[in-house]
Design a protein around this ligand. Structure first.
Ligand SMILES: Cc1cc2nc3c(=O)[nH]c(=O)nc-3n(C[C@H](O)[C@H](O)[C@H](O)COP(=O)(O)OP(=O)(O)OC[C@H]3O[C@@H](n4cnc5c(N)ncnc54)[C@H](O)[C@@H]3O)c2cc1C
Length: 613
């Protein structure tokens, strides 16, 4: 083991948490509420704006230069495959992959969809770790603690009344994370929205033989949702009182409750963990605005490196790209990669930065014969002059009500692809805009036409694990190299690819069920792409993801690539844990933020129990 020089500092906290996103924010808050002194270090600032608050503005939030970091990731190492994607940005050598860098992390710029993982996701972790507290039943207890559900419930099933439905659904009502769904009244305000929702319902009934007695949509977060469920669901979102909620609100609330215990320092880029031998005893950071190279705006002046100390533990929660970078910069990673960059090796950990994977998404985009009437007179942005009579915006501004309280999704179909194991692995959902994935400028393009329908296909439970996060230099302000190695560049791909193609067929079926809106043209994949072979090519070149995970995975003692044990401890050192999307050996469920919130709650319990002994 190499000795790393230790600088002393007057400042000492029980815990230091790095990163305020879905993993770090709630954890820091819980530790402070438990009576520990906590320093939360966040590279971004606390920028607040209407794009943050208004749920429908989520795409603009993700492009807001004050809240985002720009990563450009390689989907393919092969140049021809990479260039086949119109989203590829040649100057940057990759496809744009935004992440939130602000108080709240990516939950500040996300689309807020909150669908809990499948029970099987947790049970597999329980089996892997030999720890029953990971099982689905225990994790459901954490859902109940986390959530404050305020949505309109699904109608009871034929044999249930409302009380029986609620008892089986097991929603939480008193947690810190407000959740709801689009009020059904919103859909009813535009006959074309109703047409899309109706087409989804009829497609679900026809494909899955769902009897008219069963009311649709169902609630995907109800605890009694059958394994392998196939049907129509609404989309739950993290919205309360018509506004976005996420990690930021949890931090702000707890900071005002226990200001002496929770210290939040923004514009603080952590550059390495400081060790005393094998024990993590603090971190070094630079103070200054936008110091990381992924920040789109110019960097402000940087302080000299500052060292703060942790009496008990350091917890990394910088996210899937930054946590492995920070571990490596701190000497924990593949020895050859570190040595080549002159970084002293603390632990030769070959798993750090490996196992990067994501979900695959594509869109079927259709031009319809007429605009959605509800958009008439709406800027579909913050109006330049708020007095100019934009009714949808005014409704949100004056009462936090109406369509702008939603994230824009109309409804979803959940299904099993031909590649599925036990759990459903497809979610197909509709948006009344033109959305083709993430690229710079996508938010404006999405609403340039008001007669578009995008049906998104998201394939869960990806097999391919071939992605990597590799240091590009030993400079902590540099961005690492991120390579996903999609589909045939990966270690398994047939099932992933076929599963997405199955989803496209469902999406086309939905369009075929429209009754009022007349499709004028299929813009993507396009009528010319009709057979499965053509669709596979389309998916290879157009797919994207935004739920990256797995780069510091939990695993068994005998797995050389396991970075963490089942209690989030970094193997080979003491006093250091990781609690963010990096920890998942296998991507959970359909949408990852709720899974990260839940591991944050779980880690809080584990750490508090250990330090109270
Ligand atoms: C545009 C977009 C839409 C999304 N929509 C959804 C959705 O609808 N539903 C869903 O479930 N998921 C969604 N996601 C994904 C979800 O938001 C993330 O997966 C989740 O927030 C990851 O949590 P995390 O704690 O791992 O990292 P993050 O939430 O990304 O937080 C990491 C934080 O750490 C900070 N940080 C990193 N390195 C350092 C450092 N060295 N020093 C100090 N601070 C550092 C960053 O600034 C950031 O604030 C979306 C993501 C994006 C970008």
């Amino acid at each position: 083991m190499a000795q790393v020089r230790v600088q002393t500092s007057e400042e000492i906290f029980d815990f230091i948490v790095v990163g305020s996103g879905a993993g770090g924010g709630p954890l820091a808050a819980n530790l402070a509420l438990a009576g520990f002194s906590v320093l939360l270090l966040e590279a971004g600032d606390e920028h607040s704006c209407l794009y943050y608050s208004i749920p429908i503005m989520q795409a603009y939030a993700s492009e807001d230069a004050a809240m985002r970091w720009d990563f450009f990731v390689r989907h393919y190492d092969d140049a021809a495959s990479a260039h086949a994607d119109p989203k590829y940005v040649p100057d940057r050598g990759g496809v744009w992959y935004p992440r939130g860098s602000t108080l709240g992390g990516s939950t500040a710029i996300s689309a807020m969809v909150t669908i809990y993982p499948h029970p099987g996701d947790w049970n597999r972790l329980a089996e892997l770790t030999g720890d029953d507290s990971w099982n689905a039943e225990s994790m459901r207890g954490l859902v109940t603690r986390l959530e404050a559900w305020r949505g309109v419930d699904a109608a009871p099933l034929p044999d249930d009344d409302e009380a029986a439905r609620d008892e089986k659904a097991r929603h939480g009502l008193h947690g810190w994370l407000g959740t709801t769904r689009a009020d059904p009244k919103v859909g009813g305000r535009d006959e074309r929205f109703l047409d899309v929702i109706g087409a989804m319902e009829q497609t679900a009934r026809d494909r899955f033989g769902i009897d008219e007695q069963i009311s649709l949509p169902r609630d995907p977060n109800a605890a009694d949702t059958p394994v392998g469920f196939a049907g129509m669901t609404f989309i739950p979102v993290a919205v309360a009182d018509g506004q976005r909620v996420g990690s930021r609100e949890r931090i702000q609330s707890v900071r005002s409750q226990v200001p002496d215990l929770l210290s939040v320092r923004t514009d603080a880029l952590v550059t390495r963990v400081v060790f005393d031998g094998e024990r993590a005893i603090g971190v070094e950071y630079l103070s200054g605005a936008r110091l990381y190279a992924a920040a789109p705006q110019d960097a402000g002046p940087s302080s000299a490196p500052v060292v703060v100390r942790a009496r008990r533990e350091v917890i990394l929660a910088g996210g899937t790209f930054n946590t492995p970078q920070l571990l490596k910069l701190s000497g924990i990673g593949p020895a050859d990669e570190l040595t080549a960059l002159g970084i002293d090796v603390v632990v030769d950990a070959p798993g750090v930065g490996r196992n990067l994977h994501d979900r695959y998404e594509v869109a079927v985009v259709t031009e319809l014969d007429a605009d959605y009437p509800i958009f008439d007179g709406a800027a579909l942005d913050i109006p330049a002059d708020p007095a100019d009579g934009d009714a949808l915006y005014s409704e949100w501004r004056d009462a936090h009500d109406g369509p702008y309280t939603t994230n824009g999704t109309l409804a979803a179909i959940v299904a099993k692809s031909t590649a599925a194991q036990d759990d459903s692995d497809l979610i197909v959902f509709s948006l009344p805009i033109d959305f083709r994935g993430y690229y710079p400028g996508y938010a404006k393009d999405a609403v340039a036409h008001r007669n578009r329908l995008s049906i998104l296909i998201l394939k869960a439970h990806t097999d391919n694990r071939a992605g990597t996060v590799t240091l590009s230099s030993a400079d902590p302000r540099d961005v690492p190299e991120i390579a996903f190695r999609y589909f045939d560049e990966g270690d398994a791909f047939e099932a992933d690819l076929d599963g997405v193609v199955d989803g496209i067929e469902i999406a086309r079926d939905i369009v075929g069920h429209l009754r009022l809106a007349k499709p004028v043209a299929e813009l993507l994949p396009g009528q010319g792409v009709s057979d499965r072979r053509g669709l596979r090519d389309f998916v290879r070149s157009r797919a994207w993801g935004h739920h990256a995970c797995g780069t510091a995975k939990i695993g068994r003692d005998d797995d050389p690539y396991a970075v963490l044990d089942g209690d989030f401890r970094v193997r080979g050192v003491t006093g250091l844990r990781v609690v963010d999307a990096s920890v998942f050996p296998d991507i959970p469920g359909f949408f990852i933020a709720s899974a990260v919130y839940l591991i944050s709650e779980k880690a809080s319990d584990v750490i508090i129990a250990e330090h109270r002994r």
